[in-house]
Design a binder for this molecule. Sequence first.
Ligand code: SF4
Length: 477
Amino acid sequence: MCGFVGIVGLDQVAPAIALGLQSIQHRGQDAAGIGTFEGGYFHLHKDLGMVTTALPRKVVAEELPGRSGIGHVRYPTQGNSERGDAQPFLTRRPGILLAHNGNVTNMEELQTDLLARGWHVLSKCDSEPILLVLADALNRLKPTGHTEDEVADAVRSVMQKVKGSYSVVATMHVDGKETMLAFRDPHGIRPAVFGRRKDGSWICASESVALDVLGFQREGFVDAGEMILFREGEEPVRRMVLPKEVKHCVFERIYFARPDSMMEDGRVNSLRGRLGRRLAKEWQAKGFEADVVVAIPDTSRPAAFAIAETLGIPHREGFIKNRYSGRTFIMPDQTTRDAALRLKLNPIREIFEGKRVVLIDDSVVRGSTMRRIAAMVKDLAPSEVHLLIFSPPVKHPCYYGIDMPSEDELIAAGKDREEIEAELAEAFHVDSVTYLSLDGLREVSGTNMCSACFDGDYVVPVTNSERSYILQDRRSC
Ligand code: SF4
């Protein structure tokens, strides 16, 4: 997963972009970059690390001039991170700076196709083929001086060739003007929101929290299959290029996005609350009762509040999260592995001792962290422990940009809900485990959501060879 911020129309965009990137740092901590456009020249700086490390203040203030630019944060990947995979990417003919969030599923096909046309893909990042397909389509029309219509044709060509999920921002000349280009894959899987300031500047970002932080008024969302051109002091040019069935990622709302971000279906915080209320009713229907609700921080707090309200019992902070622990070393034995977990998440004994506790979490993927949390809680002598998960069992990998393991590592793969609930209750030594039902998820979130990791219904078909390529090489954004 990754995040982007693009701005056009400020005196110097780079410092504002850097701040915007910090507001969406949760979307990627592996690498960060900013590219700006000034009088026909591009300036680009990208490096490994979080925003404040990868983008030193002096570089942002002095080496990235320009009134338009884009920035990007990249998610930690498996294996070694490489500076060459950091975004944005730049092409010279025509001059385009581009960054994206998503996961291209037909990388190998695109690479072969691009090579046959003389374009070498130099990185393992899937933004580069998107950029090269766009540049190739524009070059076929003419080398420079592209118009709005020509850019729309080239973006259509990208949407026809590039499979998977992608929300894209780019900066380039269109009709001879510095222009920020944004487009979203035909199903709108990954988010993209835009806004304006009264001074005539425009922003497009992965999450609306970047708009809030920088004082932009939210104007709307880039629609599925839509392309928007933003220019300083002008109304945006919106073109519907290749729209298909809308399928936004529901997992963004459950787990990934910040709760204060706004999506098409409302505030993320409020959706988590609605999922919690629905789950509380499903759990109550099993005939259980409890004394206290405790969220496993941080994502599950809004759902835990709503569950406590619905059940008419208190919600208490039972865990203190250490924000400064960072990545812990790989621990050689169980004792030090437990210590590493407690370094990150330490429970408060009095909240649990002698109580019937309802523990809330967003999802269970492999089950290893949950197993250790459950063991930690059991050591505090609660009278009962009930684990409530406000999403259905994750049974299938995501091929559209959320970093999930292959099916054989997913603890719920191939099992129905009742079966996995019983199995986990026994394995974690807790009194019950309750997942939100798929019907419950659909009723709360609506049907225009991708929920393939829960139901296996992939809106963009993924071939077997594409699946193994993605799972072997989790370097997408
Ligand atoms: S498969 Fe799951 S995580 Fe991936 S896009 Fe769909 S809902 Fe989101």
